[in-house]
Design a protein around this ligand. Sequence first.
Ligand code: BEZ
Length: 213
Amino acid sequence: MATLRLGDKAPNFKAKTSMGEIDFYEFLGDSWGVLFSHPADYTPVCTTELGTVAKYKDEFNKRNTKVIALSVDGLESHQGWITDINDTQNTTVNFPIIADEDRKISEMYDMIHPNADDTLTVRSVYIIDPDKNIKLMITYPASTGRNFDEIIRVIDSLQLTAYHKVATPANWKLGEDVVISPSVSNEVAAEIFKKGFKEIRPYLRMTPQPERN
Ligand code: BEZ
């Protein structure tokens, strides 16, 4: 199977998860999705990551986003580990963890990088839009726990730029000024961006963040 790239359709699959069997597309419904893999159950960094994601449930809900984790461990392992995550991270895991024991989904999503580890999944993140297009792919090494504030930040950017002719600058956070897309002329920008805009260079025009749809 060809490597997945931005803009590709996220492949559908059926999977066993800690919350029962799912069809991925049915699970996502009309929501945005975050599919993320971790190397192994009962490992320290992964424990903190899944605990953090559980605590961000309200943030994902506010953004109409469903999250789902994956590793190549089995269901029994997931269930035991969830108890540990809940205990040690003081939370309740509230999203499914896929048991990809035959590695079919890991291979479909290119989550095994043999030169890093030939059996375990690396820390992959996919953000998928409601049309099931892949909008973001990031790969982290096993030794680096992910920054889920960054994942939320990218969802904010993607959801804003899906509806407005803007892009978000370096280190942008929700509520901060955004840049106007180069395809928009100054005349059109004056029409669209009622709060005005500042032309720093003809190609660099800033405007207050439009309201999210
Ligand atoms: C961890 O989650 O702590 C971990 C997993 C695999 C390799 C290194 C660290």
